[in-house]
Design a protein around this ligand. Sequence first.
Ligand SMILES: [Fe+2]
Length: 527
Amino acid sequence: MQSSASTPSSHSDSPISKDKVWRVLIVDDDPQIIDMLESFLKFQKCYEVFKASNAFDAFNVLDQTVDVDVVLVDINMPGMSGIEFVKRLKERDRTVVAAIITGDPSMDVIIKAMRSGASDFLSKPFKFEQFQVALKRLVKERSILLENAFLTEEVKVKKLLEQMNRKLEKKMREQSILFTINETLAKTKNTSELYQTLVDLGASLLDSSMAMLWIKEEEADSLVMVASHGDVDRGLSEIPVMDARHPVVKVMKDGIPVLGRNPIKHEPQSGSTHGSDGCYLMVPFKIREEILGVLGISSQDIEAEVAHEYLFLLHILSERASLTVENILLYDSLFMNLHATLRALVRSLEAKDPYTKLHSERVTQWAVEVAKKMNCSEEEIESLTFAGHLHDIGKIGIRDQILMKPGRLTDEEYEIIKTHPVIGAEIVGHLGLLQLETAIIRHHHERWDGKGYPDGLKGDEIPRLSRILAVADTYDAITSRRPYRKAMSVEFACKEIIRNSGSQFDPDVVEAFSSIMDEKRRKGQDE
Ligand SMILES: [Fe+2]
């Protein structure tokens, strides 16, 4: 069942076809009038007739009939007048045309009929020529109204499509931004790198010229800018917490994002975001609900109307970054805990033997000094420090009788000792630690000439940090007391290392080591 009030949107190209049969509803309480009009209309063969004896029947017909085009209605009917009926009919569907049938076509009646929304009136008794002309007029008006409604509907649909397209584009842009955020943050390994990534992302995602991140250390009395992008105002590098009206301090305190007018200073008096200098946007940077700092961007190009959308993106960015920081901190703390535990294990192992006490600590110090001399990167030095502390952890798997044997080792015992780099690498490797650290440990007894163990690697095949560790390890062994000999002098140890350059040791490492020792000697002489 279709209501007569249905819109013509269901029509495909144009609402009117050439062979259209017009549907005419005749509403009159006089059956003779209905019969007469029906006969006439049927004779014309281009009309389909529907009938009702009063206004209420007429609405029933309209409810059950598809798209009545024309309604001819008697002005005087029991229950509801023709004028009232037309008024209600037009409220239901403005495209249906109606003509009032009246035996008294006075000016007053005509005006009332027109006001109700009727398009014409038919006077009784009917003159069929006039009736035919009136019908043509009514049908034409119906055509025009349908065409207009169709066009209006088309415009509406077009507007709706444009709106949906804009929403879709916005959604896609947001999705691509979220993807970029996740992808970029996932690659971040430490907090300082993350801070810089955060401001760079903030600036690029929001097409902004400036982005800043302030962090407040515990107990500190100011927020310090830890990362920035673009030409940032130097006055913003440190903001006192006391400056309560400063937007950065406000965000830090309230945890509520703000949107303000440039430049970033005290809150704008008007609260307006309009202005030639653009806007600034700030969001809190939280970790586990605790506000750690404030992320802000500033741009001359952001219009106030769309700034709130940018605020949403900035908020998402800050939230994702918080999660990444949490993960980094969690990993760091697990890693540090593990390192501390293993280091304690090595110390206790070394403490059992007075001759090797704190050996790994000293070896690490020497190795790091040489690595710095050789311009190793910060990451390499970190790995070397980690591996240096644990390089002999594999000795855990070797019996005390062999480890602490006062005399020289038999060949068999020496073979057992030689397994400690492999055991050590396995221990550290099974804990899921980085490959580089595992490799340094495994190869710290390889020799430059390939005669070392466990794999007999040669020259550059041996990881550089293992080659550094080997020199430091030997130096500490020579200068430490052993059960079978006293500690040898620094000079002797240096000579031994230089003597084995190119055979046991990497010549470049020996050169760096010697130059450090020379410097120390000169310093000692000067003092
Ligand atoms: Fe070792």
